[in-house]
Write a protein that binds this ligand. Structure first.
Ligand SMILES: [Zn+2]
Length: 233
């Protein structure tokens, strides 16, 4: 599945689970977690290995990583855990499969296809229609709930959005790891990627400006004089 589908599923799951659990969620972190397993694409690119859909897509690894968060945050961690594992057990499981879901306990690869059902390619019309539909539903919820406003307010955790921008959104829109740019092969999906690219870039830039002003903003401001202060009339 593409980043758009993963993020839409995780966002809707995060909204639903946080409502059921009566907890608050940080939406940018939910979205980052939803695509985090795909950072293995970067490893493949940088080191010439072939580990995509391997250990980073394992639910065992995800559960182990989340143990300290469950201990510290309790039920508040559940929407974030769901966002992370939704990538493998929902998105990639149904679309293209071949996941090492139980690594390191098993190196076997799993997916809907491996269980005997038909294979759905990431570029198949079924998946493209599914991802565009998920994008539309998620965008409507994002707008109606006013969650979109979060991206226009600076927050340090927004800097995590650099991960989806650089690892999945920008590369796949340009062409990596595919042979051609999504703008040519799947323009509607490319538009959805560009939507998130713009939204995330705004959040990151606003945070950078905020942090810059916080660190350097007072340098040119008047420094209060110590000692005698002339009286003003
Ligand atoms: Zn994946």
């Amino acid at each position: 599945m593409f980043a758009v589908g993963h993020m839409a599923i995780a966002y809707l799951l995060g909204k639903g689970s946080s409502k059921a659990l009566h907890t608050q969620i940080n939406i940018p972190i939910i979205l980052v977690l939803s695509i985090l397993p795909d950072i293995d694409i970067v490893f493949d690119f940088l080191f010439g290995v072939n580990i995509h859909r391997g250990p980073t897509h394992s639910v065992v690894v995800a559960a182990l990583v989340f143990i300290p968060f469950f201990i510290h945050y309790g039920k508040k961690a559940i929407p974030y855990f769901l966002a992370l594992i939704s990538h493998s057990v929902i998105g990639d499981f149904f679309i293209a499969g071949q996941l090492q879901l139980f690594w390191p306990l098993s190196r076997a690869r799993f997916g809907l296809h491996e269980l005997g059902s038909y294979y759905i390619d990431i570029f198949s019309p079924v998946n493209l229609a599914l991802e565009v539909s998920l994008f539309i539903v998620a965008t409507i919820v994002l707008y109606k709930s006013r969650d979109w406003k979060v991206f226009f307010k600076p927050k340090t955790t927004h800097l995590m959005l650099i991960i989806p921008i650089t690892t999945v959104l920008l590369p796949s829109t340009i062409g990596y790891p595919f042979s051609e740019s999504l703008l040519i092969t799947a323009p509607v999906l490319a538009f959805a990627h560009l939507f998130y690219l713009v939204l995330f870039s705004i959040a990151v830039l606003k945070t950078f400006v905020f942090l810059y002003r916080k660190c350097f903003g007072h340098q040119n401001a008047e420094i209060p004089q110590s000692g005698f202060q002339p009286k003003t009339i």
